[in-house]
Design a protein around this ligand. Structure first.
Ligand SMILES: [Zn+2]
Length: 390
């Protein structure tokens, strides 16, 4: 007997095997199915919900997929041989209940069990996003998720510029931009999407041009309009996360109210002189109940108390910090990573170079987001400047 055959016989004696039909039933009951085939094989189809970890990285990455060594793990390859070796590797790592799927994916398919063809990254995408792919927290799965995600940016100004740059560079597949203004020369000290020669032209068109040059493979949708009660839901429809970089109260309240009504996370940022703040308003976060913007500020201040747009100066770099933090929160939400700023307000003081954090509780009497509250309707406030310059 050849050494390989002998080794295989030993493994078969040691590693329990299950048929694909049995494997599918075990997955229903909570077992993890790990597909260890090569990416080009997986690209042809793989069981839905399986963890796709190429054999060479199995021992390094299994913990991210299956953290509990007591959980049943079913290993699958194409024909049921490689999976025996892979199963042995997992047993050595301390996984107690590891089984190999006899006949592998070929038999899975022949038995008529469900198959999905995962969106695979092409060579160009692999190169572009290689530094994401190297991180197990993102990897192929996370990058595909980003490429399939849809984010709406309110404002292509000071906050929208860095947020849009980084979200486009990260490969967010569809980026919408809402802005109705034209570029003014006084914007260029902070609105880095735009250029001097484009002064007087549409911000949205300028932003689309800049972002297209940075990443031609993503979809950019311009909404050259003022956000109002009559159009807000139509514009928001189809997006998963809204990033607020608006520069006036009317828009900020409208964004909040629509996000509350539609259940969307609202990544909020604002800036004033040398200070800025970031939070995620998402009362319907699946795990943590945080406030909405109206829990904090039930109604806008009277216009005479808000500084005029021309008075509200800001350090040009400041929105770069705050808009970038908004982009990070957005990526975290899309990938389900880390601890989002839900129920927390992060404050940044550039002069003292200091971040501080405030815990925010939802207002149980909030007319907009209190559990069971009937939506009170949108309000088109008169547009006046907030305490900040977008
Ligand atoms: Zn609220």
């Amino acid at each position: 007997m050849k050494a390989k055959d002998q080794r295989l016989a030993e493994l078969k004696a040691r590693i329990p095997e299950v048929t694909p039909v049995e494997a599918a039933a075990l997955v229903e009951r909570g077992a993890a199915l790990v597909d260890v085939r090569e990416p080009d094989e997986v690209a042809q189809g793989s069981p839905p919900g399986s963890h796709r970890i190429v054999r060479g990285f199995l021992e390094l990455r299994i913990e991210d997929a299956v953290s509990d060594p007591e959980r049943a793990v079913l290993v699958m390859c194409a024909g049921g041989v490689r999976s025996l070796f892979a199963a042995e590797g997992l047993r050595l790592l301390g996984y107690k209940d590891v089984r190999s799927v006899a006949g592998g994916f070929n038999r899975w398919k022949k038995d008529g069990l469900p198959v999905e063809v995962p969106r695979a990254l092409n060579e160009r995408e692999r190169e572009r996003y290689s530094r994401h792919l190297l991180m197990p927290e993102i990897g192929d799965k996370g990058q595909v998720r980003l490429l399939e995600s849809r984010v709406l940016l309110i404002g292509a100004g000071g906050l929208g510029s860095p947020a849009a740059f980084y979200l486009a560079a990260a490969g967010v597949g569809k980026l919408g931009l809402v802005d109705m203004d034209a570029i003014e020369r006084s914007n260029l000290q902070r609105q880095i999407l735009h250029t001097d020669e484009r002064t007087g032209t549409s911000k949205v068109q300028s932003a689309v041009r800049t972002l297209k040059a940075l990443n031609p493979d993503i979809e950019l949708v311009g909404h050259e309009t003022r956000l109002e009660a009559r159009n807000v839901e139509e514009i928001f429809r189809g997006y998963e996360v809204v990033v607020d970089g608006s520069d006036n109260f009317a828009t900020r309240y409208l964004v909040n109210d629509a996000c509350v009504k539609l259940g969307l996370p609202n990544v909020h940022g604002s800036i004033y002189r040398f200070e800025g703040q970031v939070s995620v308003f998402w009362p319907r976060h699946p795990a943590r109940r945080g406030p909405c913007y109206r829990c904090l500020y039930p109604a806008p201040p009277p216009p005479e108390l808000a500084p005029s747009c021309a008075d509200a100066g800001v350090l040009g770099v400041l929105p770069g910090v705050i808009g970038t933090l908004e982009a990070i929160e957005t990526i975290k939400l899309l990938l389900g990573l880390g601890d989002p700023l839900v129920g927390r307000l992060l404050h940044y003081d550039a002069l003292r170079q200091r971040f501080s954090e405030l815990t925010l509780a939802p207002d149980p009497a909030c007319r907009y987001c209190a559990p069971g509250a009937a939506f009170p309707g949108y309000v088109d406030y008169e547009v006046f400047c907030s305490t900040r310059a977008g």
